[in-house]
Design a protein around this ligand. Sequence first.
Ligand code: ZN
Length: 154
Amino acid sequence: MEMIARSSRGALIHLNYATAEGSIMLDFISQLRRDYPRLYPDSLPDYMIEVPAGWEGIVRELSASLRNSATSIGQIKQKSANLCAYFEPIDDGSGFEDDLSLSAFTVAEAKAKITCEECGAPGTEMKRRSWYVVLCAVHAAESDSGKAPEFSQL
Ligand SMILES: [Zn+2]
């Protein structure tokens, strides 16, 4: 399966699930769907869940916090060094963007802002090529040397 998505660095890429990186991401998505079926309903396409490897723990914690909320995920991704999520109402929408969801998301967003997208170590926001990312010192150095293309670019 192949589809177009944005990499964690924001570049438009072909995300090929046959690659190792693609299958790791697919495993993560499958786990989210299995553990939090209300949050990640079958109607939500896989490509709407695009979480950098270093932020998977943050998204798992967020998902656990939202387990009983009245929202589901419409999209979750990295955008300009920020964790971005769009929520959809469940059922009648009475709990749409309720306090629980918003405060849980604010916590996750703040953690992502200081967490390396590649490995989950403490990181800082920086500009790489023309994209804003959050990287630790190690991955910032790799990124500088051009050694860490996360996905093959179009
Ligand atoms: Zn790192």
